[in-house]
Design a binder for this molecule. Structure first.
Ligand code: SF4
Length: 374
């Protein structure tokens, strides 16, 4: 895969991360890695399990609260292996408190955002996997930033733990993780899957793999790789168009992997895993919302175990000419796809009044604070 532009981007992002010296934290370590680290400090293996319990079930935010550990060990670890370097800098609530956006500062002065969404039957956290994004979808605020670097597994785990703590404070429990924040998870595949493994560990958070959804804009080789991964996370595809002419303009990655290749990879994924694929379709007025486009979408996905989520556009500064279609058009489009036999829902992105489009909170914060990022 050495000629894949995506792989080059992934390598570049990882090199940047190494150059900038992303320091290791507790949240970066699998249970085995933590056990090894503690063995170097002459600590027995059961200590690692104790610490996983305190970090991921009790959700403590400080070693000082892990009072089963010797004091000297707690002090040692606070120095040499901080739980996290993420620093909470802002929280914004909207939708009558049903959406909470959390903004964090990273050790190198960048900002990432995490969105918590409360529903009657579930609480979902939307996690960022990169600072910025190299894919550059034409409707996306994050795409405007370019890519600064990949996040580490620990920086992703840290977002989830902070969200779980915030949720528990409201007497609710975090039930789903979607990798749909800033960045393209398959350009940071290893760290994303490591995050899923850490959170899935039965000694820690025990987060069911099928409650974790990884979303991609279409890096085909990684769809096959995910299908072969023993961890049964769910797959979502940011599709947005049923043909190459349209998708080339919306998702530049489509110039490398065409719609047909993408859907074929999804068919292989379903054949291998038996799991359903979700297709996200951002509906944009007079761009991809016609009756004929809806029929073409239904034809493309016919016979595939899948579900389509129609997401009416939240206008962003990325492309001011893009508008949200009327309610009548949104429902007509969804109805055509659904009645053609493809299960379809309309989902409104949360937090329309607080810069909810992916990446927008970070842009607004950095404009206000005058700090650098991408
Ligand atoms: S929509 Fe996703 S993949 Fe596309 S530019 Fe935005 S963050 Fe990147």
């Amino acid at each position: 895969m050495s000629d894949d532009t995506s792989t080059i981007n992934q390598e570049q992002a990882s090199q940047l991360q190494v150059r900038r010296g992303a320091p290791q934290t507790f949240y970066d370590l699998t249970l085995d890695e933590l056990t090894e680290r503690l063995a170097e400090l002459r600590q027995p293996a059961y200590r690692a399990r104790q610490m996983y319990h305190w970090a991921y079930q009790q959700l403590v935010s400080d070693y000082a609260e892990m009072n089963v550990l010797p004091k000297s060990l707690r002090a040692d670890l606070a120095e040499s292996l901080p739980l996290t370097h993420l620093e909470p800098v802002q929280e914004i609530q909207t939708d009558d408190g049903e959406t909470i956006k959390l903004l964090f500062r990273t050790h190198d002065g960048n900002h990432i955002e995490t969105v918590l969404m409360f529903y009657p039957d579930r609480v979902t956290v939307c996690v960022s996997c990169q600072i910025g994004c190299a894919v550059g979808c034409s409707f996306c605020a994050t795409g405007m930033m370019g890519l600064t670097r990949n996040l580490t597994a620990g920086e992703m785990v840290g977002q989830v733990v902070a969200a779980a703590r915030r949720t528990r404070g409201l007497d609710r429990q975090l039930s789903n993780i979607v990798m749909m924040g800033m960045g393209e998870p398959f350009q940071n595949y290893e760290a994303t899957m490591k995050m899923a493994r850490i959170l899935n560990d039965p000694e820690g958070m025990k987060f069911g793999a099928r409650r974790i959804t990884v979303s991609t804009s279409g890096l085909v080789p990684f769809i096959d790789k995910l299908a072969d991964d023993p961890l049964q996370v769910k797959l979502a595809i940011s599709l947005h168009a049923p043909n190459d002419r349209l998708r080339d303009t919306l998702v530049p990655l489509n110039r490398r992997w065409k719609v047909r290749e993408l859907v074929d990879a999804c068919r292989r994924y379903v054949d291998t895993t038996g799991r359903r694929v979700s297709f996200e379709y951002c509906l944009i007025k007079d761009v991809n919302d016609s009756d004929e486009t809806a029929r073409e979408l239904a034809r493309l996905l016919r016979g595939l175990l899948c579900h389509v989520n129609i997401i009416p556009l939240n206008p962003t500064p990325a492309e001011p000419s893009y508008e949200r279609p009327s309610e009548a058009r949104i429902h007509r489009f969804a109805q055509i796809v659904d009645t053609a036999g493809i299960p379809t829902s309309v989902r409104y992105s949360r937090g329309v009044d607080i810069a909810a489009a992916c990446g927008q909170l970070r842009i607004e914060h950095e404009n206000a604070a005058g700090v650098g990022g991408a």
